[in-house]
Design a protein around this ligand. Structure first.
Ligand SMILES: C[S@@+](CC[C@H](N)C(=O)[O-])C[C@H]1O[C@@H](n2cnc3c(N)ncnc32)[C@H](O)[C@@H]1O
Length: 297
């Protein structure tokens, strides 16, 4: 039920993790099963305390894998509805960026249209669950897991190893000759990549002319009521960032303007052919952009 006061109450009173994992609706039945977001840190600190000082990257990977283990189902349930139809239309050779433990894979509901799908997931502790969910989604051997990041210097060599990019393109980096994917899918991952501008640029170069770049990403609240944003939502994003949101959530940024970066990536071609993006729950602390951008043919 929509009521502005109710939505404002939610925007004011909750931590984004609980919001994300509560179907965007803090009704009593959802609150009866709250996720426990920081257990990952606690568990890792107890079970592998040395990691904190000897290998912080591995500590962070492990805590994030635990976080997804506790919250993945809730968070996947609370995803804009239109993502289903976008991913059910997926076809050809697909790059799935940051699939985590694969909680969203069931949305690729027409696997026969997919020739191959490459899951770029640096968190190796999640690969077992990712593989299992790929099989359950009917993607089976078509789903290939790459242990790398989405940044050019990490992704391009991994694709060259798979035989998708020639060594020449790999060495030249961002060369347009490397456009090998019919679709690139980013679901709640661009908020956490360390170098968003160059990473998105590198991904754009890998998309074939006419290909779709599908996004479902939480972004900065515009703070502009005329655009559906709220100054309170924006202020809360600032507060959560100040109290260490990125630390607790594997580097996630609440205030990233991902759409602006996506638009910038296509400037070399005078923009995208089609931009079909909507903003979901623009008033909240975790507004999402969701939809597809089509590259000029
Ligand atoms: C919030 S989770 C989302 C997982 C999944 N897309 C979902 O919606 O359930 C973000 C994922 O991005 C991955 N990730 C973080 N940095 C990355 C990078 N530089 N390149 C690719 N993936 C990355 C994380 O390991 C994690 O699995």
């Amino acid at each position: 039920m929509y009521h502005p006061a109710w939505e404002w109450w939610q925007a004011c009173s909750v931590c984004p993790t609980i919001w994300l994992c509560s179907d965007g609706d803090l009704c009593p039945s959802n609150l009866a099963n709250p996720p426990v977001p920081n257990l990952g840190h606690l568990e890792t600190a107890v079970v592998q305390p040395k990691l904190l000082v000897t290998n912080f990257a591995a500590y962070r990977d492990r805590t994030f894998a635990k976080l997804l283990q506790y919250t993945g189902d809730f968070a996947a349930k609370n995803t804009p509805d239109c993502l289903d139809s976008l991913l059910s239309d997926s076809r050809g050779v697909v790059l799935d960026v940051g699939p985590g433990a694969g909680h969203q894979l069931f949305r690729f509901s027409n696997p026969t249209n997919i020739k191959a799908i490459y899951g770029v997931e640096p968190g190796v502790t999640m690969h077992g669950d990712l593989r299992e969910r790929a099989v359950r989604a009917g993607l089976g051997d078509k789903y290939k897991i790459l242990s790398c990041g989405a940044e050019e210097e990490s992704l391009y060599p991994a694709l060259a190893k798979e035989g998708l990019l020639s060594d020449a393109v790999n060495q030249a980096r961002a060369d347009t000759g490397g456009a090998v994917f019919d679709e690139i899918v980013c679901v709640r991952v661009l908020c956490g990549v360390p170098l968003p501008e160059s990473t998105i640029q590198g991904l754009y170069s890998l998309l074939k002319p006419g290909g779709r770049f599908i996004v479902c990403e939480h972004v900065v609240n515009s703070g502009d009521a005329r655009a559906g944003g709220s100054s309170l939502g924006l202020m809360l994003q600032n507060v959560f960032m100040l109290v260490g949101w990125a630390f607790w959530t594997g580097g996630c940024q609440l205030k990233r303007d991902t759409l602006k970066l996506l638009m910038k990536a296509a400037e070399q071609d005078d923009g995208w052919d089609k931009v079909d993006i909507e903003t979901w729950e623009a008033w909240s602390t975790v507004p999402h952009i969701v939809g597809a951008l089509t590259k000029k043919a």
